[in-house]
Design a protein around this ligand. Structure first.
Ligand code: GNR
Ligand code: NI
Length: 167
């Protein structure tokens, strides 16, 4: 396994639309293993391939407290949504920034598993937030794009300043 470097907002590569996986093979399974290791090490509750500069529709999620709930979603699609919730979100690509985003309370997802089989999953609460946050990444969207222009400008300034210090 290997830790993968995570792209930082406002890197333009975060706005790439990811392509569907054509075949679930060992290359994809290795990507998922590396993404899971990277997510746990960060630590985070989700990671989209976009964030590690791989522009394929692959996501890992684990909202459990003890790393026992790893979910890998390949070519995920939201097939229904219901309700609304507002959650304080963060993102490994936007470190140190947290803000409220309104999303669906429940979503049903269809995806392929690591064997290439289709499955469906009903999610709600934090898991539903994470699914929506990760699918946005695959479409090139970062959560800060839901915030006001003023906040986005301030966030870019903050991260640029931090990048100068850490570089
Ligand atoms: O680790 C993460 N925490 C989180 C908290 C609230 C809403 C969404 C998230 S996802 C984030 C990891 C990440 O950046 N995934 O893309
Ligand atoms: Ni994120």
């Amino acid at each position: 396994m290997a830790l993968l470097p995570i792209l930082r907002y406002p890197d333009p590569r975060l706005h790439t639309r990811a392509a569907p996986v054509r075949e679930v093979d060992d290359v994809i399974r290795k990507l998922i293993a590396d993404m899971a290791e990277t997510m746990y090490e960060a630590p985070g509750i989700g990671l989209a391939a976009t964030q590690v500069d791989v522009h394929l529709r692959v996501v890992v999620i684990d909202v459990s407290e003890d790393k026992t709930g790893l979910l890998a979603l390949i070519n995920p699609e939201i097939i229904s949504r219901a309700g609304e919730q507002v959650c304080e979100e963060g993102c490994l690509s936007v470190p140190g920034i947290y803000d409220k985003v309104a999303r669906a309370e429940k979503v049903r997802v269809r995806a392929l598993n690591q064997q290439g089989e289709t499955f469906e999953l009903d999610t709600e609460g934090l898991l539903a937030v994470c699914v929506q946050h990760e699918l946005d990444h695959l479409d090139g969207k970062v959560f800060v794009e839901y915030l006001s222009q003023l906040k986005q400008t301030r966030i870019k300034g903050k991260l640029a300043k931090k990048a100068r210090i850490t570089a």
